[in-house]
Write a protein that binds this ligand. Structure first.
Ligand code: ZN
Length: 547
């Protein structure tokens, strides 16, 4: 199978399927054509499914179903991967070789002095190319496994679904729309989804790391946003205002990189929150302070529910407002002391923290037509392709006017992207049993070839695996939807469908280095020689009724 996967990987890399380009459709058409050449699918043409996504880029998902003949069973395993890649701007000067796995290594050698890259080229074990690791090798690998079982359905109890999706590198709409097909197959064929295996690239954690990593779930990601309304003042009357800019700074100081907010679950840790945007909303220079400011963070989550996090964000906002007020008051006091005639009186200002849900209710109480207002802002923003974070912020801004807010206020809301977290949980019997079975098979496989591996609860690279299982409870989901401006139109994650299907989402990654960099490369001996056997063992074992 090694040679077959290698050759298909090169073939897929050669199709330029950069996210947002027509190549995303071209590669899906190519995969569909390759599937339809397989005798099994010539015999069963309706087992290959092309799902049009109906988006402006004309993108589609492609599926192939193989029904085992060893013994009929409803048990089904999904093997999936994404077919889009990031762009090639980083190849500066050698872009035209980015999709040519054979020519690229020598072009890179001429431009780099990185000893790790050079020794990987010399070894002949690494395949270079945009998308080689992330993740066309993974798609080629599951294609070849699907093809193998189509030729040997007698080796299979239960069923295999092969699935290739576009739009992974940004909005994840490919996997999200695929859920409709997976649900239809479940209803029509009675499929019982035992697990899904994604082969998205995993990577050594440090130089020389020989451990292979397997993941039984996915990190979640939230984008908490803070819209800060202060009280503007002229620079000649500093202490008459309430600084939105300083409030923004106080929020950033409390959250950015703060390890108190690092999510920990089952002994695994996520990265701390990172500020991704911090700006005031003054359109141009003048001598007034900014009326409003805007801040948002990348926030990785493993175990927390969204309502728990909202409570933390509220506390941080409260502290920030109080800190600004006491700072302003203390300095006003010492400033007044510098003059004989300047009278100090304590600055007493009412301030407030609102969630988007609370702001929405307050706006509705004060003004009519709030939903129509939101819909019109969204419509215009989507037509003009406004950045989604800014679009959500504009809705908040408009609702602050509708709600007639006139005191310093922090509004907390959530904007896209949102990636649900999921894993196999020790207190859910079926999930713990599945974890144990997978671990048992990995133990055996790695003992055979003297390797080391780790089965972790969370894949920390954001991936499509977030969208097939979701561990948030109803309260957490409600908190998400209530605090996400125009959720249904702006970023309609099909939370109900994800929770209904609830498919254990594993990642058995091909092994690569430097994803999204011009030195992206894939380790062939492991990815083509070892990993297919592991995936097939897991599939056959878990589909077998005796397990
Ligand atoms: Zn990927």
């Amino acid at each position: 199978m090694y040679r077959e996967i290698l050759s298909l990987t090169k073939e897929l890399v050669a199709i330029h399927s950069v996210n947002g380009t027509p190549g995303e459709r071209a590669i899906v058409n190519h995969i569909e054509k390759r599937l339809r050449e397989i005798p099994y699918f010539i015999k069963h043409p309706d087992y290959v499914i092309l799902q049009e996504m109906g988006d402006s880029e004309n993108r589609a998902n492609v599926f192939a179903v193989i029904k085992g003949e060893k013994r009929a069973s409803d048990k089904t395993i999904i093997l999936h991967g994404h077919i889009d890649t990031v762009g090639v701007e980083d190849y500066a000067g050698i872009e035209k070789y980015a999709f040519d796995c054979d020519a690229l290594p020598e072009k890179i050698r001429a431009l780099t002095d990185d000893p790790d890259v050079i020794s990987d080229i010399d070894s002949g074990e690494w395949l270079f190319g945009r998308g080689a690791g992330d993740m066309k090798a993974g798609v080629a690998l599951i294609f070849c496994i699907a093809k193998y079982y189509s030729e040997h359905p007698d080796r299979l109890e239960g069923n295999i679904i092969f699935m290739a999706n576009p739009v992974e590198e940004n909005q994840h709409t490919g996997i999200m729309s695929s859920l409709e097909v997976l649900k239809a197959l479940k209803l029509r064929e009675g499929f019982d989804y035992v697990m899904a295996i994604n082969t998205d690239m995993s990577t050594p954690l440090y130089q020389g790391d020989q451990t292979k990593y397997f993941h039984a779930g996915s990190v979640g990601k939230l984008l908490p946003c803070f819209y800060i309304m202060g009280k503007a003042t002229h620079v000649s009357q500093h202490f008459n205002g309430f600084s939105a800019s300083l409030t923004a700074a106080e929020i950033v100081r409390r959250l950015d990189g703060n390890t108190d907010y690092v999510e920990a679950f089952y002994g695994e840790h996520a990265q701390p929150p990172t500020v991704l945007k911090m700006k005031d909303l003054k359109p141009a220079y003048n001598v007034q302070t900014a009326t409003a400011a805007f801040v948002y963070f990348n926030y990785f989550l493993l175990g927390s529910s969204i309502d728990e996090l909202m409570d933390k964000f509220k506390a941080v906002s409260r502290e920030a407002l109080d800190a600004v007020l006491s700072h302003t008051d203390a300095h006003f006091k010492s400033y007044a002391a510098m003059f004989d005639d300047e009278k100090y009186t304590e600055i007493k200002l009412q301030t407030q923290v609102l969630t988007y849900g609370e702001l929405y209710e307050a706006a509705k109480k004060k003004s009519g037509g709030v939903d129509a207002l939101i819909a019109s802002i969204t419509k215009k923003g989507l037509e003009e392709n406004t950045d989604r974070r800014e679009l959500c912020r504009m809705i908040v801004e408009a609702l602050c006017v509708s709600a007639e807010i006139n005191i310093p206020t922090v509004v907390i809301f959530i904007s896209p992207p949102y990636c649900p977290r999921n894993t196999m949980k020790t207190d859910v019997p079926g999930e713990q049993a599945l974890w144990d079975k997978v671990q048992g098979i990995l133990n055996k496989k790695f003992k055979e070839n003297n390797g080391t591996y780790k089965l972790l609860h969370f894949f920390t690279g954001l991936s499509d695996s977030s969208y097939i299982k979701m561990d948030d409870d109803a309260k957490s989901v409600r908190c998400l939807v209530e605090n996400f401006p125009d959720f249904k139109t702006i970023y309609n994650v099909p939370v109900d469908l994800i929770q209904e299907l609830n498919i254990p989402a594993f990642d058995f990654g091909v092994l690569g280095k430097d994803a999204h960099k011009w030195t992206e490369r894939l380790h062939m001996p492991y990815s083509f020689g070892v990993l297919p056997g592991i995936i097939m063992d897991v599939a056959e074992n878990l589909l077998s009724e005796t397990q």
